[in-house]
Design a protein. Sequence first.
Length: 61
Amino acid sequence: MNNNHGGRGVITEEVVAVFGEARLLKQDGQIHLIGGTMADRTEALEWMMLFMPEEAVRVRR
């Protein structure tokens, strides 16, 4: 998905995985964890430790 955010240019966004209401997104080379309950986010972070251990994640609400 491509989005244009107010003069910052085009941001590319890819959904990597969904955990309940939490979404794990890749945006311009960075991984973001957005939304969900604490349990959803914990499940997503555990999944990342197993399958994407080299990636850093930014958590947003």
